[in-house]
Write a protein that binds this ligand. Sequence first.
Ligand code: ZN
Length: 101
Amino acid sequence: MKIKKGDQVKIVSGKDKGKTGKVIRVFPEDNKVLVEGLNLFKKHVKSRQQDKKGEIILIPKPITVSKIMMMCSSCNKPTRIGYSVSAGNKTRICKKCKQTL
Ligand SMILES: [Zn+2]
C-alpha cells in the first residue's frame, strides 16, 4: 500500500469525486482507506427507548485506493506515488515534482 495514515488524498471516482480529505485509517489487506468526513453513508439507528424515534447517523465507509489519488503537499496536485531509494531507505516521492512525500 502506497497510501499511509495522515496522507491528504483526492477522490477521483464515485459520489464524492473531487473532494479531498485526510486518511485516518488504512486497511492494507482490503486495499482500502478511511478518509475523514468522506464517503459517508447514512445509518439508521434504532432507539432503545420505545417512546423515542430512531435517528440517522453518518458513518464514513472505507474507500478503495483505486478511487483516490495522493495529494502532493509540494505541488498541491493529485499525483501518483513513486519511490526513491537512497542508502537503503525507500522514500515516497511525487511523480510530478519529485519531492519527498
Ligand atoms: Zn508534487
